[in-house]
Design a protein around this ligand. Structure first.
Ligand code: ADP
Ligand code: MG
Length: 216
C-alpha cells in the first residue's frame, strides 16, 4: 500500500471536519471530569491547521505533519494541544522528506507519536487518558500484522482495540491531567481525550481504506 501526501492532507482535513461535528460531545465529556473545553480546544486547533494546509499541500509528508503539530501546539491552550501536537511532530520526524510511505512506516510513525505523547505528558496506560485508546490500538495493529492479515483487516482490528481502550477509561481513576483533581469522582466517566483519540483513529482507518490497491 502507498500512502501519499495527498492522503495525509485528506486525513488531516477529515479530522478537522469530524472534530467540528463532535465538538459539543467532546466538550460535554470534558464537562463531567474536566473544564468543558476539549471539543472547543481541538476545534480551534484543527481549524487553524486547516487554514495552514494550503501552504504545505505540495510539500513532503514530514513538512505537512510538522506544520500540523506546530500549529496544534501554538493554538490550543489545553493539555491536549501540546500532546496531540507532539504526536504529529514525532510522526513528522519518522516520515521526514517522504512523499509516500507503506504500512510498516505507518506503524513506526504511530509508535513514535505515542512515545512523544507519553514523554510529554509523563503518563502511562491505565491513567485514564488518550494513551488508553492509542496504545492498545498500536498493539493490536502490530499483532494483526504479525499474523499476516491484510492491511485493511489489521486496521479494523486496531480500531476495535481503540474503541475497547476508549471504553476501558470509564471505570478508571484519573491520575493525570485535570480529571485527576476529582480523585474517585473521575470514576464512571469516559475520558474526553481517549474519545478524541478514537475519533482520530476512525478517520485514519477510513482514510487508509479509501486508498485504491495498486495495480498488478
Ligand atoms: P485540559 O485538560 O487542559 O482542559 P483538554 O480538555 O483539551 O485539556 O484535554 C483533556 C484530555 O487530555 C484528557 O481527557 C486526557 O485524555 C488528556 N490528557 C491530559 N493530561 C494528559 C497526560 N499527562 N498525558 C496524556 N494525556 C493527557
Ligand atoms: Mg479541558
Amino acid at each position: 500500500m502507498r500512502i501519499t501526501a495527498e492522503h495525509v492532507i485528506r486525513f488531516i482535513e477529515t479530522i478537522a471536519a469530524r472534530v467540528k461535528e463532535q465538538r459539543a460531545y467532546l466538550t460535554e465529556l470534558d464537562s463531567a471530569i474536566g473544564d468543558a473545553d476539549h471539543g472547543i480546544n481541538l476545534d480551534r486547533g484543527f481549524s487553524a491547521v486547516l487554514a495552514k494546509l494550503p501552504t504545505v499541500a505540495d510539500k513532503d509528508i514530514g513538512t505537512i505533519l510538522k506544520t500540523t503539530g506546530m500549529t496544534l501546539v501554538s493554538t490550543v491552550g489545553g493539555a491536549s494541544g501540546p500532546l496531540y501536537g507532539t504526536a504529529f511532530l514525532r510522526a513528522s520526524m519518522a516520515l521526514a522528506d517522504r512523499y509516500e510511505f507503506n504500512e510498516d512506516d505507518l506503524v513506526a510513525a504511530l509508535e513514535a507519536a505515542l512515545e512523544g505523547i507519553m514523554m510529554r505528558g509523563k503518563a502511562q496506560r491505565g491513567e485514564k487518558t488518550m494513551i488508553d485508546t492509542i496504545a492498545p490500538a498500536i498493539d493490536a495493529l502490530k499483532t494483526a500484522r504479525s499474523r499476516d492479515v491484510d492491511a485493511h483487516a489489521a486496521l479494523r482490528e486496531s480500531l476495535a482495540a481503540a474503541e475497547a481502550g476508549m471504553k476501558s477509561t470509564i471505570p478508571m481513576l484519573a491520575t493525570k491531567g485535570r480529571a485527576s483533581y476529582l480523585g474517585e469522582r473521575s470514576i464512571g466517566h469516559q475520558d474526553p481525550g481517549a474519545t478524541s483519540a478514537y475519533l482520530i483513529a476512525t478517520v485514519l482507518v477510513e482514510t487508509v481504506e479509501s486508498i485504491q490497491p495498486e495495480a498488478g
